[in-house]
Ligand binder design. Structure first.
Ligand code: ATP
Ligand code: MG
Length: 393
C-alpha cells in the first residue's frame, strides 16, 4: 500500500463556475509553501505528493493554507478485488482504537461489479469479525472506515485532519490592512485572508513618540500573518507631523476622531495605488470611544472605499482566543506603545459630530501633510519563512 495525501475543498466545491479558478489558485498557493511537491488531479480530488517524507511537517503546513477543508492521509493500492480490499483494511484498522464504527463506500468507478450496499455490508461484517469489542453505529460512529473504489485503484482511510477552510488567498483580490501593534488588527487581517483576500498592510508610526520597538512589533505581527498570506508588503507612514498638528490645534476630545479620519484618508490613497479594493481594520463596535457607531460614521465619512471590519461583532474574549490560535497573542501583548496611546485624551468624545470634526480639521492644511507623508512612505516586503529559506538557497 502506498501512503498518499489528498484534499477536500469544502466550501469551494459550491462555486460551480469559478471552481477551476479557485482550484488553480489553491494549487499555486500550495506550491509556494510545499516547493517541490507534485500535485495531481483525479476524480475531483487533489493529490499531494510532497518531496519530503516528513508527513507531519507537510500536514502542518497544509493546515495553514486557506481553501482546504480537510486533509486526508489515505492508503492506495491497485488490486480492487474484495479479498485485497479486506486484507488492506485489516492493516489500516489494526492499531486504531475505537468502539463503534461505520463503513463508508464511494464508488467513483460506477462499473465496479459489486454495488455500494453490498460492499458496505460485506466489509462491515468483515471488520466486526476481525476486531474485538466493537459495534456498528451508523448514526454516530466513533470511527469511519472509508473505502473509495476508483478506476485503477482503491483508496482506504480513517483519519481526516481539519484544514482552515475559507477561500484560497488571492481569489478575492487585494485589501489593505491597517495594522497596529495591538491584539485586534492581526486577527482582523487573518479573517480577511480567510475569505480569500490577499493583504498588504499599512502602519502609522510617530517617531520619536513611538519607538523602534513598536515598529519591530508590527513587523513581527506582519511576519506572523505571512504564514497565511504569503509575502506581505508593509507600508510604513510617518504620522508625526499630522499627529502633532492635530494635537496643537484641535479640541482634545476630538483628537482621536480626527486622527482616524487622517488614517482612513491615507489608507484609501495607498490602497487605490496598490489596486486594493478595500480597507480592513480591527475595529469592534463599542470597544473604545472611537469605535461607537457614531464614531465609525464620522470617521468613515472621509472615504468611499468599503471598509471591512471583520471583528465588528466579536467580543474581546473571542478576539483574544483567535489571537492565541493564530499565534499572534504573545507578540501583541508586548508593551510597546502605538501612536494612538500617546495622544489619547482623558475624555475622547463618544458621539462625535460630523460638522464639528469637519470644522476643526479645516484649521490645518492636512492635504499637504498627507501628500508629504505618502511621498515619504517606506515599504517593506515581509517574507514568509518558506521564501526566506529559498533566498538563502
Ligand atoms: P488594535 O488592538 O488592533 O491595536 P485597538 O482596539 O487598540 O486595536 P484602536 O487603536 O482604536 O483600537 O484602532 C482601531 C483599528 O485602527 C486597529 O485595529 C487598526 O486596524 C487601526 N489602527 C490603529 N492604530 C493604527 C496604527 N498606528 N497603524 C495602523 N493602523 C492602526
Ligand atoms: Mg491599537
Amino acid at each position: 500500500m502506498e501512503k498518499v495525501i489528498f484534499l477536500k475543498y469544502g466550501e469551494l466545491s459550491t462555486k460551480k463556475d469559478n471552481r477551476n479558478f479557485f482550484i488553480k489558485k489553491l494549487n499555486e498557493n500550495i506550491l509556494s509553501i510545499l516547493k517541490d511537491a507534485k500535485i495531481e488531479y483525479d476524480f475531483g480530488r487533489m493529490f499531494i505528493y510532497p518531496s519530503s517524507d516528513n508527513y507531519d511537517e507537510v500536514i502542518e503546513k497544509l493546515q495553514n493554507i486557506f481553501g482546504i477543508h480537510e486533509i486526508v492521509v489515505a492508503y492506495k493500492f491497485p488490486d480492487r478485488d474484495l479479498d485485497s480490499i479486506k486484507k488492506n483494511i485489516l492493516t489500516l484498522i489494526k492499531d486504531k482504537e475505537f468502539k463503534t464504527f461505520k463503513v463508508e463506500v464511494k464508488r467513483s468507478d460506477k462499473k465496479y461489479p459489486v454495488d455500494g450496499i453490498t460492499l458496505r455490508k460485506d466489509l462491515g461484517a468483515f471488520i466486526l469479525k476481525n476486531k474485538e469489542n466493537i459495534k456498528v453505529d451508523v448514526n454516530n460512529p466513533e470511527a469511519l472506515v472509508n473505502v473509495e473504489i476508483r478506476l485503477n485503484e482503491v483508496l482506504i482511510y480513517m483519519d481526516t485532519i481539519k484544514g482552515l477552510g475559507g477561500y484560497p488567498v488571492g481569489t478575492q483580490g487585494k485589501g489593505l490592512l491597517m495594522l497596529s501593534g495591538g491584539i485586534d488588527s492581526p486577527v482582523a487581517g487573518y479573517l480577511a485572508i480567510k475569505r480569500g483576500i490577499k493583504l498588504e498592510a499599512i502602519y502609522f508610526e510617530s517617531p520619536p513618540h513611538t519607538s523602534e520597538n513598536a515598529l519591530n512589533k508590527v513587523k513581527s505581527l506582519a511576519k506572523i500573518l505571512t504564514k497565511y498570506n504569503g509575502e506581505l508588503k508593509l507600508h510604513i507612514i510617518n504620522f508625526t507631523e499630522i499627529q502633532e498638528e492635530i494635537y496643537k490645534n484641535m479640541p482634545h476630545e476630538y483628537l482621536i476622531t480626527i486622527m482616524r479620519r487622517m488614517m482612513y484618508r491615507i489608507g484609501a490613497i495607498i490602497a487605490s495605488r496598490r489596486n486594493a479594493k478595500v480597507l480592513i481594520n480591527g475595529e469592534s463596535i463599542g470597544q473604545v470611544a472611537s469605535q461607537t457607531l457614531t464614531s465609525m460614521y464620522v470617521v468613515n465619512e472621509v472615504v468611499r472605499m468599503p471598509v471591512i471590519r471583520p471583528l465588528c461583532c466579536f467580543d474581546k474574549l473571542e478576539i483574544i482566543a483567535l489571537s492565541k490560535q493564530i499565534g499572534a497573542y504573545e507578540t501583541s501583548i508586548l508593551p510597546y506603545e502605538d501612536c494612538c496611546t500617546i495622544f489619547v485624551p482623558d475624555h475622547p468624545v463618544i458621539n462625535p459630530e460630523l460638522d464639528k470634526a469637519q470644522e476643526y480639521e479645516r484649521k490645518i492644511d492636512y492635504e499637504e501633510m498627507i501628500y508629504k507623508a505618502i511621498k515619504n512612505e517606506k515599504v517593506l516586503t515581509i517574507k514568509g519563512e518558506e521564501e526566506e529559506f529559498s533566498d538563502i538557497l
